[in-house]
Design a protein around this ligand. Sequence first.
Ligand code: HEM
Length: 522
Amino acid sequence: MEWFFTSFPMVSTIFTVLALVGLLVVYLYGPYWGVRRVPGPPTIPFLGHLPLMAKYGPGVFSILAKQYGPIFRFHMGRQPLIIVADPELCKEVGIKKFKDIPNRSIPSPIKSSPLHQKGLFFTRDSRWSAMRNTILSVYQPSHLASLVPTMQTYIDSATQNFHDEEDITFSNLSLKLATDVIGQAAFGVDFGLSKPQSSNTDSVRNLGENVEVSDFISQHIYSTTQLKMDLTGSFSIIIGLLLPTLQEPFRQILKRIPGTMDWKVDRTNRILSSKLDEIVSKRMQEKNRGSKDFLSQILSARESQQESKNVFSPDYISAVTYEHLLAGSATTAFTLSSVVYLVAGHPEVAKKLLAEIDGFGPHDLVPTAHDLQNKFPYLDQVIKEAMRFYIVSPLVARETSKEVEIGGYLLPKGTWVWLALGVLAKDPKNFPEPDKFKPERFDPNCEEEKRRHPYALIPFGIGPRSCIGQKFSLQEIKLSLIHLYRKYTFQHSPSMEKPLQLEYGIVLNFKHGVKLRVTMRT
Ligand code: HEM
């Protein structure tokens, strides 16, 4: 007894330590417990499978799919993801069981960015459906068709100054072009990025009196590129991957310490938000704002529909408009660059494509939206194959809202289910010789196309939550390619690295750019 009292402090310390270790184990393994029956490689505490990601890169999901089958577990730090790598199961998650899996999980980089959370991408449940319905009412085919001349103007001006035998970094040009087009379509603002240097000085600066376009864009690019999904993001993002409960407290502290990445990201996001709020409030006051751009249309829908008024408070309007810039620029630019890069490396494809484009009519005849959809079947195949070859979003996120069965496994409410579009696109079952660039595999008369599962290639996602900008971006990509190939052909520049290196941020990107040599067509 005496012993107990004399050693009480030591015993209580041991109990406290054991209790803390127990709590830590429960905290670390809690999310794993509910999905433990789903197969997957052994995990390392805190890091999960991040070391595998570091070792194999994004190809890790194809490697694991071969080993563990079409549904398996992958731990992003402490957070388990259920990876779905089969077209039929993707259909089940994205379409058949949509009402039980209607939202996206919010990854740690987005958690620390309130600006990115209020867009359509990350809003949830009834607010999401009300927002999506209003936005869909804006994306009528007639509205898209009316954007053709605007898109064409930017394409003309961006590509008018190429010289014969000139080397260009095409990916820079395509990002500027896509940002300009979406800037005009979303905000009604000419960012003037893709204009040839000489005429750049008079780019319209109507974002607001104190707002410089270039400043806005550089803040935008900084904010986008800091959304990293690996261990190179800000400290609070890294903590969020390893110990999510500590992310917000860390962010709150670090954002107050000048010089830290959290401080820079927070500052950038606040500047961006205030600039966007400024644009929105200015536009709200305008009586005759017209209906050409997305922002004006959303504001008008808000004024005429009570439901839209409730969901679209000014901060949400800023967020969805900004989201357009974010979602519509890097993705479209990447796709455009991939097509031109791949075609440059395949002269037989270039020849066939040029013949189709030349066969459409005189080179100054601008195709209509209807022409773009129906009169360029080979161009369609080339774009599909390029999107398969370099898929912009190799993973698409979802989260269960209640307990649901997928692929024979019962997944608890709150499980993160991610669709591995990148694994599907390189699966030899649906795409024989997956590492060959063969647009003909999408010819509607070809056996491979007829046999293929309808959801084997879904670069724009699947079901009610799929990409809202699909038609918009395809229209822009086709129009740009037709215009480019009417005037020029391209080869890889001697300074283009081989093999091509890619970078994996929130979307895929070219690490050192796409460098091409231009030849003028006579
Ligand atoms: C080549 C270009 C593009 C690609 C490859 C692409 C790809 C995607 C993908 C994979 C998703 C997720 C779908 C899912 O979860 O099932 C998505 C969603 C989305 N995209 Fe795109 N996108 C592109 C262009 C655009 C453009 C131009 C816009 C805007 C005008 C846009 C706006 C959005 C929005 C708002 C969502 C979220 C939809 C929702 O949650 O309801 N995207 N996109």
